[in-house]
Design a protein around this ligand. Structure first.
Ligand code: SF4
Ligand code: MG
Length: 336
């Protein structure tokens, strides 16, 4: 049967004063119900834009989208705003990085949690308030009966993030998109919020897309990973496959710059040299070639000339041979 969410050959282009930005450049992935897909990459890799396109939240005047996004059999790229509006907050919902931008300072937390519920189910205000209290309880806000009437500024940062999660889950969405949901929080609260998301997923059975620049965040919560670079997916696989047998030089870089819990705190990390390319004028061939230390291993200018493609399933978009990917990682990258 067809996957719950399927994205095929997605291209997202923006017009800017300086030219066309290819924010997403030929992206395909699938996601099943109840599963979590982590999308990992540096800022500007296209991970947030991809998800705004799924939700239909891009600006239609300056954005051109091609390709197919199918959610539970419904085609979204050509859907009208009206049908997308019915889906948003209901069948699909989003958790943003910063609760302060998602919550209005002028309304009580309870009213804002109740709003999508009332809108999509036709519940009364009273039922909405009851539902808000129930959701505040689920996300672990103490004294929910009292807190429901607080304004966002009366909540701590971690509590606001919980309130936003309550708001996004209030209609039992089947697809939840969380964009850097814990970046603004301190480490302890981060872990609590991720645990909460995991628990709620068990309860609601939602599919989750978790967008992050931090491999550590997805390691414990995602089933599958998609690594993005310059608007393209460069590697996909299960979390375990990618953390233990990564096959793409960019993923090797991400892993080497990730602090390891077991290692000495003072051990110097290996950040990837250089910075992500401009998407106005992305590099030819493999977009990672200006930063990659392995183009010479491939040789004959193939990396600068020929764009490596990413197959569906376990795959890495790189011209190195399967054997080279394995031995380079085991012999050179892993021992560092
Ligand atoms: Fe590096 Fe070439 Fe592989 Fe790109 S295709 S990641 S430049 S080795
Ligand atoms: Mg982003």
């Amino acid at each position: 049967s067809a996957p719950f969410l399927s994205v095929r050959d997605l291209h997202v282009r923006f017009s800017t004063e300086d030219g066309i930005v290819k924010a997403v450049d030929g992206l395909s992935f699938d996601l099943e119900r109840g599963k979590t897909l982590g999308i990992v990459g540096e800022s500007g890799s296209g991970k947030s834009v991809t998800n705004l396109a799924v939700l239909g939240l891009h600006n239609p005047k300056s954005t051109e989208i091609t390709g197919d996004i199918t959610l539970d059999g419904e085609e979204l790229t050509r859907a009208r705003e009206k049908s997308l509006e019915k889906l948003r907050g209901n069948k699909m919902a989003m958790i943003f990085q910063d609760a302060l931008t998602a919550l209005s300072p002028y309304y009580t937390v309870g009213r804002q949690i109740a709003e999508p519920f009332i809108k999509h189910t036709g519940a009364s205000k009273r039922e909405g308030r009851q539902r808000a209290i129930e959701m505040l309880t689920k996300v672990g806000i103490p004294q929910p009966n009292l807190r429901v009437d607080d304004y966002p500024h009366q909540f701590s940062g971690g509590m606001r993030q919980r309130a936003m999660i309550a708001m996004s889950l209030v209609c039992n969405p089947e697809l939840l998109i969380a964009d850097e949901p814990t970046t603004a929080l301190d480490v302890t609260v981060q872990a609590q919020i991720l645990d909460l998301l995991k628990d709620l997923q068990q309860e609601f059975g939602s599919a989750i897309i978790l967008i992050t620049h931090d491999l550590g965040v997805v390691a414990n919560i995602a089933d599958d990973l998609l690594v993005m670079y310059a608007g393209r997916a460069v590697e996909r696989g299960s979390v375990k496959e990618i953390l233990t047998q990564p096959r793409h030089p960019y993923t090797w870089g991400l892993l080497s710059s990730m602090p390891r819990l077991s290692s000495d705190v003072n051990e110097s990390l290996h950040p990837i040299p250089g910075s992500p390319p401009s998407l106005l004028n992305p590099p030819s061939g493999c977009a990672f070639h200006p930063r990659c230390g392995f183009a010479d291993t491939v040789g004959a200018a193939r990396c600068t000339d020929e764009r490596p493609l990413l197959e569906l399933g376990r795959a890495a978009a790189c011209h190195l041979s399967a054997e080279q990917k394995q031995t380079l990682f085991t012999e050179q990258i892993k021992p560092r």
